[in-house]
Design a protein around this ligand. Structure first.
Ligand code: GSH
Length: 308
């Protein structure tokens, strides 16, 4: 394979990965799929990320981009056409990701696991409790289903109103970031919770949009083994060059030893040497015993950086 082609570390049932798969489809990208476990342990994954456990991440050579928001921006940088920002919506489209990933998605999680939680394995429940640092309380979510049903519908109504003038996609005639962000929340309910999917069917404009999003496909996907992806990282050298930011509010700069972690859940710290920093990205240089030098990229919004 061409070592510069993206490798997505994901699993098919992962909603945040679905955002990225459809972005591959919009851009018609050739990519490689490494299927990772949907819970810990992830022995072939953590050496790449340095401890970040969440799904998905994208690898190109000896570099890894964590978080769907970071991955989508990197795809846009490398494969600019067609753009993920049609209709002149740039920063606001990314801001919408915060609404979709945190508010709308969390409503969906409670609705879905309240509805299907009894069928989920104890190992999964224990893993998600560990990841969130709090109980994964299926009984409580079950009790909250009526409330969450109303909440989910209220969020769906935001999308429906955007589609009311007959536009095929949320920003207009072409699909992009504005669609990808809420898409995974709609897709998640449709995929795993048939008992509640009737909520979607009450919105014909949304079901028509679902059909258009599904028709986009995933680009050209090729399966790859986890060991092969690790070998590839070991054989390559990272390409990102050091870059500082004079406006960095707390003086963070290349060369500093830092740790980075999400501020919401799955807060495992990734340690490394700060390589690149800006308002929307931080990249760490790590030295892994088996892989050698690996650069790991994170978004800034929603991630904390701690000097060591
Ligand atoms: N903000 C992150 C959230 C990622 C996330 O929550 N992913 C879920 C799967 S869709 C996850 O990591 N679950 C636990 C796991 O896969 O181990 C992103 O946009 O990528």
């Amino acid at each position: 394979m061409n070592p510069m082609e993206p490798i997505l570390h994901h699993y098919d049932g992962s909603p945040f990965s679905e955002k990225v798969r459809v972005a591959m489809g919009i851009k018609g990208i050739r990519w490689h799929s490494v299927l990772i476990p949907n819970m810990m342990p992830k022995p072939d994954y953590l050496p790449l990320t340095g401890g970040y456990r969440r799904t998905p991440s994208m690898q190109i050579g000896a570099e890894v981009w964590c978080d769907s928001a970071m991955i989508l921006r990197e795809l846009e940088r490398r494969f600019p056409q067609p753009t993920l920002y049609p209709g002149g919506i740039d920063g606001l489209a990314d801001a919408l990701g915060f609404w979709a990933d945190r508010s709308f998605f969390m409503v969906a999680v409670q609705l879905i696991f309240g509805s299907i939680g009894h069928a989920v394995s104890q190992a999964f429940i224990d893993d998600r409790a560990q990841m969130s640092g709090t109980r994964f309380d299926v009984a409580r979510m079950r009790a909250a289903v009526p409330v969450m049903r109303e909440q989910y519908r209220a969020h769906l109504d935001f999308l429906d109103r955007q589609l009311r003038d007959g536009r095929p996609f949320l920003a207009g005639s072409a699909p992009g970031m504005l669609d990808l962000h809420p898409w995974h929340v709609v897709w998640f309910l449709r995929q795993v919770c048939p008992d509640e999917a009737g909520l979607l069917d009450r919105f014909p404009r949304i079901t028509a949009w679902e059909a258009r999003m599904t028709a986009i496909g995933q680009g050209e996907r090729f399966e790859l083994g986890a060991r092969e992806a690790l070998d590839l990282a070991a054989a390559q050298t990272p390409e990102t060059l050091p870059a500082g930011d004079p406006d960095e509010p707390n003086g963070l700069r290349p060369g500093m030893k830092v740790e980075v972690a999400p501020d919401d859940y799955g807060r495992d710290l990734v340690a490394g040497e700060l390589l690149l920093i800006s308002a929307d990205e931080i990249a760490l240089l790590r030295r892994d015993a088996a892989l050698g030098e690996v650069v790991v990229h994170f978004p800034r919004a929603g991630y904390i950086v701690l000097p060591r």
